[in-house]
Design a protein around this ligand. Structure first.
Ligand SMILES: Nc1nc2c(ncn2[C@@H]2O[C@H](COP(=O)(O)OP(=O)(O)OP(=O)(O)O)[C@@H](O)[C@H]2O)c(=O)[nH]1
Length: 459
């Protein structure tokens, strides 16, 4: 859903490439582009203004960090500021010290309340909880029926209650809510999710009913379910609800749609309340806790590259990496010995899969995250064993490795000739790729330097 914003931000960053330092002048253009990108993504005007001011203040006053180029510095600042905007840490779900924990689901009609009630129940079940669902939308039998179907599909407990022909109104709503809580206690359910009636727009009756439910149930969580597709309207209604009921969090639904993302980026700033979950589809499992940092990484199309860079800076031998990068990108290319050194370095960062998952899905690493799922970790060890079985001369010049030597190397490393051949083929390809990347941009060069040798390791 952030594709457009993501593309535009990348373009904005590009305008900084090749700049030695960040100055008021050269960052101006990039900031203009960032501002337009955010506004086009339907981010609230005040939010954009604050964000740009913060970024400018930090970027211009930035002391030169040797480890990062100006472009990378600006990306890091934009990333930090976006995360701050989204509330920094993942918001926690609040449980009652004395069960059941009561969660009031509020929102306008069609925002996804019922679907989200089911998703939340499924999420709680996954976490070892026993949720109970109840719909207090006594005005629309179809709404109660829908929750029944949802509950059945995830095998969650549902309190249906008996309307006993009573007139639909707040008294009935209160009765059902009370009964449901009692039922939850009796049946040992530790969480009660109350799906409330939605309206087309905010009206006094609805507000009054919510107020009474809040007073009656004293819920730990009052979640506002906002349809991300409705952009700034969702932000406005969330704000209105918060002013009346002190929400504890927001769930943004339909984030899988082609919404421009403005609601996700503005809602926290405007309401002061955290987004706790996002809905990414109609199915019960299309639901995840909202992690500001991951969302921002997604927006910036960078996987979790900053963590990876920080990790690399902490764990890798900087000089070795730089030497490798220089060599790999030069006309001579890197040797198998250099490659083995790099493998050993990379191993310090964690499993290959976890590293690949942190890489951006754009630029030189396009498609790498999909590749990560097919990675065979033990190949690392086998590749190292193969290189260990070569002579020093062979490691320096792979072209001298004859057919009979390949057999010996395979025997010596406990692998097969095919594997030795495959490694040599991949190595030759990689070497070529790096040499041609020598003509590429700075960021690419740096990434390849610190992470050298990873691509081509997956089968
Ligand atoms: N694509 C997508 N569709 C969603 C998501 N969440 C809900 N929907 C769909 O949005 C529509 C409305 O969802 P409901 O759960 O019925 O909404 P509601 O707020 O309970 O509506 P009322 O009961 O009418 O107040 C349904 O067709 C859902 O399948 C989501 O995260 N992604």
């Amino acid at each position: 859903m952030f594709e457009n914003l993501s593309d535009k931000l990348q373009r904005a960053f590009k305008s900084l490439r090749g700049q030695g330092t960040i100055t008021e002048e050269n960052i101006g253009e990039a900031l203009r582009e960032i501002r337009v990108a955010l506004l086009e993504a339907d981010v609230n005007l005040n939010v954009v203004k604050d964000l740009i001011d913060h970024i400018r203040a930090r970027a211009v006053g930035q002391e030169v960090m040797t480890a990062l180029s100006p472009t990378e510095q600006v990306i890091k600042i934009v990333r930090d500021e976006l995360i701050a905007l989204l509330g920094k840490d993942t918001a926690r779900f609040k449980f009652a010290s004395q069960p059941p924990t009561v969660i009031l689901m509020a929102g306008l009609q069609g925002s996804g309340k019922t679907t989200t009630s089911g998703k939340l129940a499924a999420w709680l079940q996954k976490g070892g909880h026993r949720p109970m669902l109840v719909s207090v939308d006594v005005y629309r039998p179809a709404a109660r029926e829908q929750l029944k179907i949802v509950a059945k599909s995830i095998k969650a407990n549902l309190y249906e209650g008996d309307l006993k022909g009573e007139t639909a109104g707040t008294a009935l709503v209160e009765r059902l809510a009370k009964e449901a809580r009692r039922e939850a206690i009796i049946t040992g359910c530790d969480t009660l999710i109350v799906d409330t009636a939605g309206r087309l727009h905010i009206d006094e009756d609805l507000m009054d009913e919510m107020q009474r439910l809040k007073a009656l149930l004293n819920p730990q969580e009052i979640l506002f379910i906002a349809d991300a597709m409705t952009g700034q309207d969702a932000v406005r209604s969330a704000d209105e609800f918060h002013k009346r009921f002190s929400l504890t969090g927001i769930v943004l639904t339909k984030m899988d749609g082609d919404a421009r993302g403005g609601a996700a980026l503005s809602i926290r700033h405007v309401t002061g309340q955290p987004v706790k979950f996002i809905g990414m589809g109609e199915k019960p499992d299309a639901f995840e806790p909202f992690h500001p940092d991951r969302i921002v990484s997604r927006i910036l199309g960078m996987g979790d590259i900053m963590t990876l860079i920080e990790k690399a800076e902490e764990k890798l031998d900087r000089k070795k990496s730089e030497d490798f990068a220089k060599k790999a990108l030069s006309g001579d290319g890197f040797s198998l010995e250099d490659f083995r050194d790099q493998l050993r370095q990379i191993k310090k960062l964690g499993s290959l899969q976890s590293i690949m998952k942190m890489l951006p899905s754009v630029g030189p690493f396009q498609g790498i995250q999909q590749m990560a799922d097919q990675v065979d970790e033990s190949q690392f060890t086998r590749v190292e064993a193969i290189i260990n079985s070569m002579t020093k001369k062979e490691r320096a010049n792979h072209e001298i490795i004859s057919g009979s030597r390949r057999k010996r190397i395979a025997n010596g490393s406990g692998t097969s000739v095919q594997e030795v051949n495959q490694l040599l083929r991949q190595y030759a390809q990689m070497r070529k790729m790096f040499k041609s990347a020598g003509k590429g941009g700075m960021l690419q060069r740096k990434l390849m330097g610190s992470l050298g040798g990873m691509k081509g390791m997956g089968r």
